[in-house]
Write a protein that binds this ligand. Structure first.
Ligand code: 4AD
Ligand code: MG
Length: 460
């Protein structure tokens, strides 16, 4: 039997009549001869009120329905005379799938995010987490639409790879070898006997492969899970996160920055247009300034600032930071947030970073010491996007690989792309979970993905 979604009752022009709703009980209130039961089916934030009276065959059992119980309600949908809801269902039959015992951990009260993380299997049933996961879904759709509308080709890049795109070494090794009895050759693990005949990892980024496809198809994007074994237990890092990576042929750093700005604004507008009810929850209960922050981002022209100027501003701020900053050091989250949140009070794109703190693939600027990198920083979060114009000149790319200690032979295919019809090209990566943090006001990245993977946590 097809499930009728509550959202249809609210959003479609459903004419009152006989309906069937299947979902979970939120609350029940009884009076002498009838009960009010709030049911939610997960399709939207609002519950529907069910009126169950003693004419029901199983009213005795209906009167014991507890929070978390699962039901199918048949009845007449009608305008509600009561306050607080527009529609209600006068039940003609209630089928009970399961009555949740009193030990159901999600009783009607506010639970802390920390507690809810320990019951990740149930937290999607709370209003807040239901809303987050619906927004995630809606934004995935918006992302594909954004690129599709602009003629981009959606590509799939591998999850198993033999390369290290960012060169940062935070890789999860994948092996089919018996870890209890590793084959050895000259004292080292002999990967020639492993599944792929050489070491393999989970990808940290689909960029290198996306570049190859951009040099064939023009504008492409990949959107998939990426994995990093960096042991940073912060509110902004996870070991498994989703990244959207556009890669554009014949595109320079300027255009790359403009594209990133347009992308972020488009996604925020989409969320405001399509997730208004769910966003209301976050604006009311999570971040009172949420809508103002989002509106500011949409209407602001993002600041563009060379890295050296950013360092100067941070240094001269008179602000006390935990970490020092000087030319050649990476900006820390506290510096990034200071710039976006306090100094400019809007998103900032920092560009032309020292080459020593950026990966091998970024295009070396004429000064020889900086690269055409860009990071987009937003209030509350700091870095949300990292990107660059790519080094398309073979000899310089080879030199950069040598400087950064990479094995050129392993990347022969990447270097080939600079041998045969190389062109200027650029791209960036948007961290999907950081985007959801921005749009919902949620402060901890563990709370914007159903099942977060962080150091020491792989439950569920
Ligand atoms: O700046 P990153 O490392 O850039 C790249 O991976 C490039 N290859 C992208 C490209 O040019 N195609 O990562 C991009 C974004 C960051 O700005 C951040 O939003 C997110 O990915 N990110 C993480 N999100 C959650 N947990 C982590 N551990 C993250 N590391 C990066
Ligand atoms: Mg980065």
């Amino acid at each position: 039997m097809k499930r009728t979604k509550i959202i249809h009752l609210f959003d479609a022009k459903t004419s009152p009549g006989s309906v069937l709703i299947k979902g979970w009980v939120k609350t029940r209130r009884d009076s002498k001869t009838f009960s009010f039961i709030e049911v939610n089916d997960g399709s939207c934030l609002a519950n529907i009120q069910i009126i169950a009276d003693d004419s029901l065959d199983n009213y005795d059992v209906v009167k014991t329905l507890s929070t978390g119980s699962s039901v199918a309600v048949t009845g007449l949908l009608r305008e509600s005379p009561g306050q607080g809801q527009t529609w209600e269902i006068a039940a003609s039959a209630i089928h009970i799938y399961d009555i949740a015992p009193e030990a159901y951990p999600l009783q009607k009260k506010r639970h802390s995010d920390e507690f809810l993380r320990t019951i990740g299997h149930l937290r999607p049933r709370t209003n807040k987490y239901g809303a987050v996961f619906r927004i995630r879904s809606e934004l995935c759709h918006a992302i594909h639409k954004f690129f599709h509308d602009r003629g981009f080709t959606y590509i799939h890049t591998p999850i198993l790879t033999g390369s290290d795109c960012e060169g940062a070494g935070d890789l999860f090794r994948v092996t089919a070898l018996n870890l209890e009895n590793l084959p050895k050759k000259e004292g080292k693990t002999d990967y020639s006997l492993d599944f792929f005949g050489k070491p393999a990892n989970l990808t940290v980024s689909g960029q290198l492969e996306a570049e190859l496809l951009a040099l064939a198809l023009g504008d492409v994007y990949t959107f998939g899970p990426t994995f990093r074994a960096e042991n940073s237990n912060t509110a902004r890092h996870m070991a498994e996160f989703w990244m959207i990576e556009p890669e554009m042929a014949f595109c320079d750093l300027e255009d790359d920055m403009s594209h990133a700005e347009e992308f972020i604004k488009n996604l925020i507008v989409h969320a405001m247009d399509h997730c208004a009810r769910d966003l209301d929850l976050f604006a009311n209960f999570v971040d009172k300034n949420l809508m103002k922050t989002l509106e500011n981002i949409v209407s602001a022209e993002f600041v563009r600032l060379p890295y050296t100027d950013a360092v100067d501003i941070v240094k001269q701020s008179g602000h006390k930071f935990e970490f020092d900053i000087e030319f050649g050091k990476d900006l820390q989250t506290e510096h990034e947030r200071y710039l976006a949140e306090e100094h400019f009070k809007k998103p900032v794109v920092i560009y032309n970073y020292p080459k020593t703190i950026k990966p091998f693939y970024m295009r070396v600027n004429d000064d020889g010491s900086t690269v055409a990198a860009m990071d987009v920083l937003v209030p509350r979060i700091g870095e949300i996007i990292g990107g660059s114009q790519r080094e398309e000149r073979l000899s310089i790319l080879e030199r950069r690989m040598e400087e950064t200690g990479m094995n050129k032979e392993d990347y022969w295919w990447f270097l080939d792309s600079r041998r045969y019809g190389t062109v200027p090209h650029s791209g960036y990566g948007l961290g999907f979970e950081r985007l959801i943090m921005l749009i919902t006001g949620i402060a901890n990245i563990r709370d914007v993905i159903p099942f977060p993977r962080t150091p020491g946590n792989i439950e569920f």
